[in-house]
Design a protein around this ligand. Sequence first.
Ligand code: AMP
Ligand code: MG
Length: 365
Amino acid sequence: MTNQDTITESENLIHTQLLDGDNPESIRQAAIILKEKGLVAFPTETVYGLGGDALDENAAAKIYAAKGRPSDNPLIVHIADTDAVYKLAKEVPDKAKLLMEAFWPGPLTIILPKKEIVPDGTTGGLNTVAIRMPSHPVALSLIRESGLYIAAPSANTSGRPSPTLADHVMEDMKGRIEMILDGGAVGIGIESTIVDLTSEVPVILRPGFITKSMLEEIVGKVTIDPALIEPDPNLRPKAPGMKYTHYAPKGELTIVEGASNASTKGANKVITKINQLVLEKANSGFKVAVITTSENANLFDCENILVAGDREKGETIAAKLYKVLRQCDELDVDYIYSEAFNDGELGGAIMNRLLKAAGHRVIKV
Ligand code: AMP
Ligand code: MG
């Protein structure tokens, strides 16, 4: 972890400090910035967040500007104690209370009808508000020390992969925000599960580490926003952010998926196909990368083989995925071929991100 590392910027850019998030003095300084309506990026257990005062229109506007985020894409409000939910939300149904009790602090965001005090600037004009209590100690300390509710989208430039390291935040936000709290690598690596609780049956608006079956164990039937299941131009996702292309590396990413994904036969076909595509592009003078897992890494013939965890352990793929997508940009590759990672409980959440990064370009073999 970096200690006191200060980066000086040219005239019209803000000076972005990088401080150790484990140091109480850093938290104190960060809280002052937030109270003065400035912006601080901080680690959460999912990805790094870009924080500002959630009840202040100007701070919200600064967040949108720093990210280059479309203003109809609302922000999640981060809190450190459950009482805050009753200050921000008009109604808190029993199912919300049960989910809060089961999964908070943790990677679950709930959507509830908003109270007046939550400005339209934070909710993108919606009459609902997204609320989450993160479990990361740095995030919790910062919320408590500031005494604020903190609006915090992922701390990346809009469209880029979410940051899972303080370095990623620096890449995107240097000169645009006052401070970054370094908490090392995040634990989960993909954004929170979002559940809409404004209808009788809760609806998943964004898949994440907390899966449908985990939610159903607590509150019974849960559905998934149909717009998430198949890309369909006639269906508009209920979470405005889900309609945007996201996480996309600069090179063209294609997913190569086996018809029988889990079987050896399917896997062999995928490897053969990817090797063939790599050879074609390399022969034409392009720089190519392959995204795979540790099990298959030595089966590819490519100069850039990027390993996103172990296929057997979905959580290791989630933790590495965005880092690997950012590496594609660092390597400046023209074409990227990735295996599909559908397996296991986290497969849906991982593939939701990978498909967006690939602009839904999939070759089935
Ligand atoms: P990020 O902050 O980058 O993790 O993105 C936040 C996600 O939450 C985006 O997809 C938003 O569209 C979604 N979101 C935030 N507030 C609401 C809300 N009130 N209703 C539906 N989706 C929301
Ligand atoms: Mg985001």
